[in-house]
Every structure is written in C-alpha cells, then in structure tokens.
Design a protein around this ligand. Structure first.
Ligand SMILES: C[S@@+](CC[C@H](N)C(=O)[O-])C[C@H]1O[C@@H](n2cnc3c(N)ncnc32)[C@H](O)[C@@H]1O
Length: 237
C-alpha cells in the first residue's frame, strides 16, 4: 500500500523531534521573516505537522493556532504542547478550506513546507485570504520547485533535475524520503500567479542557501537552495 501522511505521521514527527539540521534550518528560514515581537497578533499555521513553526511563533508572543488534516500529527503536536506549554492550540483542518477558521481572524498565516501538499492551491490561497485581516501577511516555504522537481535525484555530488515543467501529484520512490507520501509539484510561476490572482502583494521572495550545519550533514547541498521562501501581504483591492 502506498504511503500517505497518515502512514508516515509518526516517522515524520520523530524525525523532526530529533532536531535534524535541515528541519532547524527550515524553521529558521520561515520564522526569520516574522516580527520578533508578535504580542497581540494572531497566527494561523497551515499544515502545522507536529508544530515546529507553530511553537516558534507562539514563543514570540502571538496567539497561534496550528491546523493540519493529519490526525496523528495533531495528536503529536498536542502531546508536545502538554509538556511545553507555549500556548499554541491545534485543530484538525484542511488547508484548502480552513473550515474551522473564522473570516478575518489571522494577522499572519505561516505555511512551512505544506502548500506543496495541498491538492488545490487556488482553494488554499482563497481560504488563506479569507482568514487574513486586511493587511495581513502570508509567509510560506516549499521545497525548491526547481531542484526538488519530480524525480530529481543525486548522481554522486551532481543534482539531476527531474521534470520541472510537469506539474501535478507525484510520489518519491525514496523509501526514506518525506515525499514518499506524495506531493504536488508546481512551477514557481504557479505559486506567484496564484498569489497575484488573489490580490496579494509580494513582499519577499528568497532562495536561502543551506546553513553550514546542513552542509556538514549533506555537503552536496552547498550550492542549491533547498527551499523557496515567499512572503506576501493581502489588502482588499
Ligand atoms: C513536510 S510537513 C510540514 C509540517 C510542518 N509545517 C513542519 O514544518 O514540520 C507537510 C504537512 O502538510 C500537511 N498537509 C497535507 N495535506 C494538507 C492539506 N490538504 N492542508 C494542509 N496541510 C496538509 C501534512 O499533514 C504535513 O503535516
């Protein structure tokens, strides 16, 4: 049977909880574009997983809700919260609808490596816009679409790019990789045009090179940015 987020949830949460350099880097890349003091602000963390980004935002003083459709990951996030008490709360919800989130609720929406998992990006961006207050901001990362395209692979130290222009659902054959659960490949223009179509204004696009601790573990990653980072604000047109 093919893996899904339900079948890899404990594996993924264990992997993140062990504190891999790549996950610490992924968290820093996104959290670094948030204000240091988020007191009085509300943050919705879309596709929160076991709460890596959610806890970081809560520790800056924000009221944070993490949502994720994977029940087991929400259980893991709540279990961590029960021991650490950052004040974050968690709900099972789908990023395409955000049915548990009121209109005009969030000052910020964060989405760490999750929008590549939603099947309908247009629906997700529309739901994010609905959840944001006017002037609110979305900050997200996705695996870099150029270098993590379907079937991209290492051949020695060389990255062989897969099929960048073939958008859609694909599943990695790597039995140790997160994308064995499947994910949705989209070109960079697809992400940016979805934001523009929903009246977002880009405030940052970045392709950060890997942190030295990541390179120490994976030297071949030195020259290729692992993630695409986008921040955009929304105001009524
Ligand atoms: C790579 S994990 C990232 C989790 C977390 N943000 C982090 O940085 O560790 C991808 C997440 O996307 C979630 N996901 C899958 N389908 C989704 C959907 N339709 N809406 C929102 N999140 C979804 C998965 O359950 C998983 O938690």
């Amino acid at each position: 049977m093919a893996d899904t987020w339900d079948t890899i949830a404990d594996w993924y949460a264990d992997h993140v909880d062990r504190g891999s350099a790549m996950h610490q880097f992924a968290r820093a890349v996104l959290v670094d574009v948030l204000p240091m003091d988020m007191s009085g602000q509300r943050v919705l963390d879309l596709g929160c997983g076991e709460g890596l980004i959610t806890r970081a935002a809560a520790s800056r003083g924000a009221e944070v809700v993490g949502v994720d459709p994977t029940v087991r990951l929400i259980e893991r996030a709540r279990a961590i919260e029960a021991t650490g008490a950052t004040g974050a709360t968690y709900r099972v919800d789908d990023g395409c609808t955000l049915a548990t989130v009121a209109d005009d609720w969030a000052d910020w929406v964060t989405a760490g490596l999750s929008l590549n998992n939603v099947p309908d990006l247009n629906a997700a961006i529309a739901s994010i816009r609905r959840a944001l207050v006017p002037g609110g901001q979305l900050a997200f990362t996705v695996p870099h679409p150029c270098f993590e395209a379907p079937h991209a692979r290492w051949v020695g130290a060389e990255r062989v790019i897969g099929s960048y222009s073939t958008e859609g659902f694909w599943r990695s054959a790597n039995p140790h990789g997160v994308r064995r659960a499947g994910n949705h490949h989209r070109m960079i223009s697809h992400y940016l045009n979805a934001l523009i179509a929903h009246d977002f204004t880009l405030t940052m696009v970045a392709e950060p090179l890997a942190h030295p601790l990541v390179i120490a573990e994976q030297p071949q990653r030195a020259a290729l940015p692992p993630f695409l980072l986008v921040r955009a604000s929304w105001s009524p047109g």
